[in-house]
Design a protein around this ligand. Structure first.
Ligand SMILES: Cc1cc2nc3c(=O)[nH]c(=O)nc-3n(C[C@H](O)[C@H](O)[C@H](O)COP(=O)(O)OP(=O)(O)OC[C@H]3O[C@@H](n4cnc5c(N)ncnc54)[C@H](O)[C@@H]3O)c2cc1C
Length: 408
């Protein structure tokens, strides 16, 4: 990400700067939001939303309004250059603000907002044309408009380069036909970032091109998919004779693989940063305490293990941010962070299920029991999204450890 970095962490001045920044963040949040510890909050174990369409839209709208307010006050896109509405601050400032913000009751941040702000906006900053950067970056950072990711297809997920949606050039425009699937938030998005095959004769990684697609264009049809957790966050998207002007092409013709890898790199980094989605060690401790199980060695062992991995996760995220701040391009850290996070989601869910035994199975109205099924039904999703656990292990083995490539 190109950000004007001001020295902040080294030396006396840097430390003072960070302390002053923390105080300013707290003062601003104090004037806006109630503190989390002062509010009565029901525990939340779900990982995905389980809402009707209008309720989910309302939740997204609340998140958008908060994102715009943060950006306008200088706490939203703070590592971005002033040209985009940012402050050119460092990853350390961002981390400090995130820590302070967790003390307050903020509107929930929907995945659709994360995709727009943390995946698509930085991809366009790296690979978009001047026109696209002017047109999209600021509205995306403020979430005035949302963008979904139109990558996966029924026959191409892990092997994304195997996709078959076709984009055929016709003078100054392109005609697109095909089908996408698992497109999170497509029903709420104004735009989609699409990867399509533009040259079927070229080797598969070289024959793809990326485009920005207005989701209300003729020929774009969005059909929500019902998930096993009950919600319908993701969708099938059908593209039938969709005509796109060439100025919506992102990157060079045939360079769609680079666009996809750039977005997926930001996705791993972003997923690795989610540490407390729907059930964590603190919830396990509360559960074990309420069930009177804290004396059992096995229960204590499970809680200690999940705490350890949560800490490891937080340290990995911090290390990632520091590497970036030092100007290095992080390598496999994003994959390691995502893997540790998804493994811990499973660890926490399994521990809760073992503490609860048969009480997790039926909704008797008893608090903190059946509610944990929302965690168990949602956790597998993040072990697939953004590159499955198996794929992350391949990346770590091949790129991180230098193991021979798997036979393909
Ligand atoms: C919650 C969620 C949200 C999503 N949101 C979006 C979105 O917004 N936009 C979008 O485009 N897509 C989205 N996806 C799709 C996601 O990116 C794909 O599901 C994912 O890439 C896996 O692809 P697949 O489902 O085709 O599985 P497959 O590729 O068919 O894999 C099936 C199994 O085989 C394993 N496998 C495959 N290849 C290998 C290999 N080489 N080595 C070892 N194991 C392998 C996989 O790990 C997996 O366990 C989302 C998915 C989920 C679950």
């Amino acid at each position: 990400m190109t950000a004007t970095v001001i020295p902040a962490e080294t030396g006396q001045d840097g430390a003072e700067d960070l302390r002053a920044f923390e105080a300013a963040s707290r003062a601003w949040l104090d004037s806006r939001l109630p503190r989390r510890d002062a509010a009565e909050q029901a525990p939340k174990y779900s990982i995905f939303h389980n809402l009707g369409h209008e309720d989910e839209r309302a939740l997204i709208d609340g998140g958008r309004a908060w994102q715009a307010e943060r950006v306008d006050a200088g706490f939203g896109a703070m590592t971005w250059a002033p040209q985009w509405g940012g402050r050119g601050l460092t990853a350390s400032h961002e981390r400090i603000y995130a820590g302070v913000e967790r003390e307050y009751l903020t509107p929930e941040r929907h995945e659709n907002i994360l995709v727009t702000v943390e995946l698509v906006a930085p991809t366009l900053l790296e690979l978009g044309s001047d026109w696209q950067q002017e047109r999209f970056i600021r509205p995306f950072l403020r979430t005035d408009e949302l963008c979904c990711q139109l990558f996966s297809e029924p026959g191409a997920g892990s092997d994304l380069a195997g996709l078959s949606t076709r984009a055929v050039r016709d003078g100054e425009s392109w005609r697109v036909n095909g089908q996408k699937v698992w497109s999170s938030g497509a029903q709420f998005s104004e735009w989609g970032l699409l990867i399509a095959r533009s040259d079927p004769a070229a080797p598969k990684h070289k024959g793809m091109t990326a485009f920005m697609v207005p989701m209300d264009l003729e020929g774009v049809e969005v059909r929500p998919i019902r998930q096993m957790s009950g919600g319908s966050t993701f969708n099938e998207v059908f593209l039938t004779d969709v005509v796109l002007p060439d100025e919506f092409r992102v990157g060079e013709v045939g360079d769609g693989w680079r666009v996809a890898l750039t977005t997926l790199g930001f996705e791993r980094q972003s997923s690795a940063g989610i540490v407390d989605a729907g059930g964590n060690t603190a919830d396990l401790i509360r559960l074990a305490t309420s069930l009177g199980l804290t004396g059992a060695a096995e229960v204590r062992g499970r809680i200690a293990e999940s705490h350890l991995y949560e800490r490891a996760q937080a340290l990995l995220v911090a290390r990632y941010a520091e590497l970036e701040q030092a100007g290095a391009v992080p390598g496999v850290e994003g994959s390691i962070g995502k893997l540790v996070w998804t493994q811990n989601l499973k660890r926490v869910g399994d521990a809760a299920a073992s503490f609860l035994g048969h009480r997790i199975l039926a909704d008797t109205g008893e608090a903190d029991t059946f509610a944990w099924t929302q965690h168990l039904l949602g956790a597998p999703g993040y072990r697939i999204a953004g590159g499955s656990d198996e794929i992350q292990r391949n990346i770590i083995g091949e790129r991180g450890l230098g193991l021979p490539r798997e036979p393909r």
